[in-house]
Design a protein around this ligand. Sequence first.
Ligand code: 13P
Ligand code: ZN
Length: 258
Amino acid sequence: MYRLGWDERNGGNISLLLEEAEVADYLDPGTVIRHIPLMGVKEVDLDLSTLEGRIFLVTGTGKYFKNVLLDPETNLGIVRIAKGGKGVDLLWGFKDGGRPTSEFPAHMMSHAARLSVDLENRVVMHSHPTNLLAMNFVHELDEKSFTKDLWKMCTECVVVFPDGVGILPWMLCGTTEIGKATAKKMEEFRLVVWALHGVYAAGKSLDETFGLVETVEKAAKIYMLALGHPRVNELTDENMRELCDLFAVAPKSGYLED
Ligand code: 13P
Ligand code: ZN
């Protein structure tokens, strides 16, 4: 993600839900290094009780993705949602006194929302993909037309994200408000654009989630490359229906004409 330019400086963050059995070979889940209260959140608004006791590998706030491989123990942490759901217990990592991403509330609320519709969801990923962001400045921020214009850019887009792209208006990041709004969208979409900021994606694995962002970003790149040029060919709704039938996926209802 860093190499692709989607996550300049400390931009972007990732959280991965781990099973206790997966971590038990590497650390003692009974040993808490320190308790970390969550920052930037209105305590009354933040309810992570459905995730109490769940363990996540998460990127640190202010950390650069490019440094994760060099020093995972400083740039990443393994945390467990503490009793009451208002903070986390650190089990490993954040060696320099660091803490989870400032977007932790949005990540956790998105995990809870995705798990409520898909028990296999494990990953939430936030990044600032260049072309998708550029598209935010030249395309109306309407979910249906934005999704359809992305679908039309690559033949397989409708198959990769048949549920489309949700869009939130510009909101202050790092807050419980944007977390709640993202989670609401996540009940319906696995991709949520944060207008003029970036994108949130969710999936069953790191590969699947990365692949979603990669596909949307590729479509946005083609959209931006073709922008301002006369359109002489176009993928039709009928073409996209045929694709959905072949790959047995259901496109978001009402988006394709019959
Ligand atoms: P963090 O460094 O806190 O993860 O923030 C990066 C970011 O992209 C905020 O939206
Ligand atoms: Zn961001």
